[in-house]
Design a protein around this ligand. Sequence first.
Ligand code: NAD
Ligand code: ZN
Length: 246
Amino acid sequence: MNDTPPTRADARRALLGASRIAVLSGAGVSAASGVPTFRGPDGLWRNHRAQDLATPDAYRRDPLLVWEWYQMRFHIIAEVEPNAAHVALAELETRTDDFTLVTQNVDGLHERAGSQNLYELHGNLTKSRCEACGYLESLEPDFPLPPHCSRCGARARPNVVWFGEMLPQDAFQAGIDAFGRAEVALIIGTSAVVEPAASLGRLAAREGAFVIEINPEQTPLTPFATVSLRADAVTGMKQLLGDNVL
Ligand code: NAD
Ligand code: ZN
């Protein structure tokens, strides 16, 4: 019998030995790139809380205000680079048979870092989506506000999932499948207060996966974690994978 709680070394062994890994990432992974999180100290823009702007109601009330906010975030993203945590996750994928990355981030940095089996649960703010025909278009620097569809001319909205909206069902289903079969689930840089994304962590725990959390703070998923690393994303990935990956 061995009752000592699992350690960081156990987490490292579990991660490096696993052939099925599922990862849920959030805004904290992009913090080191210079992309503000929603619930951190930079969460206010012109005195609006991010959680209040990322809603269908806010867009109905003041579409230009919401678009200006997305344009500001678009410009941030255009100027930053993926950081060592994004790169480590892409690298981990190349050495794992069955690897799925489910992200709540809308910044496209995981894709730029080279992640392949990637599901963006909340869309991607580098694209607009036509409100009439659904056509998706990549936004160009200095795009006009609001952008209009180049197919049908109707107004386009940001291609993101707002609070209260449905997730893309194929992406969420892929997440359920991946977290349901994972040997190791890694929850990194998310406050885990947005549902149903956070439910993926509980699913993996229920199915007996080794759940690793990386976050400087405690979250509602911490009680479900086998090992919690109280670290920023870059440091946590380094602790798990060692310097050879970073
Ligand atoms: P969140 O803002 O709610 O939480 C951020 C979490 O990251 C917190 O738990 C915080 O403790 C942690 N964190 C802060 N700095 C960190 C670091 N350096 N390393 C690791 N963790 C760190 O973000 P969320 O959980 O992703 O969820 C909320 C919503 O925010 C999502 O729907 C997402 O679409 C949206 N969002 C996305 C971005 C982005 O794409 N980069 C940025 C802000 C918000
Ligand atoms: Zn259209």
